[in-house]
Design a protein around this ligand. Sequence first.
Ligand code: GTP
Ligand code: MG
Length: 394
Amino acid sequence: MSSFKVGLIGKPNVGKSTVFSALTKHNSEIANYPFTTIKPNLGTAFIRHRCPHEEKGRQCDPAEGSCVNGTRYIPVQLVDVPGLIEGASEGKGMGNQFLESIRDSDALIHLFDASGKTDLGGSPVIESSLDIDQEIAMIREEMKKWVSSFISRDWERFAKKADSSGDRVSRSLLSKLSQLRLSETQVAELLTSGVFPSQLSIWQQSDFDDLALKIIEKTKPGILLGNKIDLIEDTRAEEICSRKQGIYLTSGETELILMKARESGILMNEDIPFVISGSATADQRSALLKLENTISRKLYTGLRSALEITVYDKLQRIVVFPVYDESLWEDRQGRLLPDAFLVKNGETALDLAFRVHSEIGEGFIKAIDCRTRRTLGKDHVLADGDVIKIVSKQ
Ligand SMILES: Nc1nc2c(ncn2[C@@H]2O[C@H](COP(=O)(O)OP(=O)(O)OP(=O)(O)O)[C@@H](O)[C@H]2O)c(=O)[nH]1
Ligand SMILES: [Mg+2]
C-alpha cells in the first residue's frame, strides 16, 4: 500500500464524495446540500502504469491492485474531506475536522464547482453568478489562516526564548512546525525563499501568513479540478481553463454512473468508444452515449487521469518493481512482479530497501538492476519502471 494520501478538498456540495465514490467504488453519502459528509472517508483508488511483465512474456501476479492488458493498477489512498467554509480555521462548519484531514494528506485535489450553481457555503443557487476565483481563494485563505494560527500560537514567549538561545531560526521554528511534519532542511528552504526577519520576536502577522502560504505550497502539492462540467458550455469551460495553468475540468457524477454501469456489466470498457453490452436497454444505451459525449469533450479530464497528474507530476512519484529473483523477476513464492512501489523521484536503491523493510535497509549490501544485471550502490538513483533486486544481509 502506498504510504501517502491524496485529499479531496473543497467547499460543501461541490461533489467531493461523488468523485471519491467514483474513484474508490465506496458507497459514500451524496446529496445536494452542504455538509453531507461529516467525517472523512478513507478509500483506495488505483492509478495506471505500464507493467513490465510483457518483457517476461507472461502475466504478473500483483499482491495489491490488478493488471489488465499490460496496464498495472496501483493503489493510492484517497481521503474524502468534509466541506470547508469561510471561518473553518476558527472552527466554523466542520472546522478543524476538515483541517486535520488536510494535515494528513500529502497532496490535495482541490475541487471547485465549475458550474457556479452553488454558493460559497454550498447551497444551490438558481443563477450561476459565483466567481470561481473567489471559491478557490476562500479555501486557500482558510488553509493559510489555519497554518498561520499554528505558527503564531504563544509566539511571544516562544520567540523570546528562541532568540536568546542562539539556535538557528530554522531549528527553533522546527519545534513549532513539527505538527506539520516538516524537516529542518525544508524549514530552512522555506525561510530562504522569502524575506523573514532573523529576529523572531519582531515577526508580525504578515510574516506568519507568508510562511503559512509557503508551507502549503511546499507540503501540499496538487491540482485544481473543476467539477460538474456537464452543466456548462464549452465557452465557459475554455474561459475557466484560460484563467490559470493547471486547472482541469471533470464530472464526478458522470464517472460515478459509468463506474456503476461497468460494475453491472452494461458497459464493458473504460475507453472511448464505449463497448455497450447487448443486454442494455434502449434507454440505458442512449444514457450511456450521452455520458460518452461528456467525457469526450476537449477540455474533459478523467478522474483517474486527474489523480495520476497529482501523483506522478505534482507529488513526483515514479513506479519501481522490487523482486527477489533477479532473473525470473519473482518473489520467494514464485509470483511474477508482485509489487509496484510508488517512490519519490530521486530516491535511491537504499531508500527502496528501507521501503521494502527496515531490516532489509539496515542490512543493505547492494542492489541489482534486473534488466541489465548491473550492480547498483546504495546511492544509485532509481528510474521509473526499474525492476530491482535488493541484496541484504537479512
Ligand atoms: N451535475 C452534476 N452534479 C454533480 C456532479 N458531481 C456531483 N454532483 C452533485 O452535487 C451534489 C453534491 O455532491 P456530494 O458528492 O455530496 O458533494 P460533497 O462535496 O461531498 O458535499 P459535502 O459532503 O456536503 O461537503 C449531489 O447532488 C451530486 O449528485 C457532476 O459532475 N455533475
Ligand atoms: Mg461529501
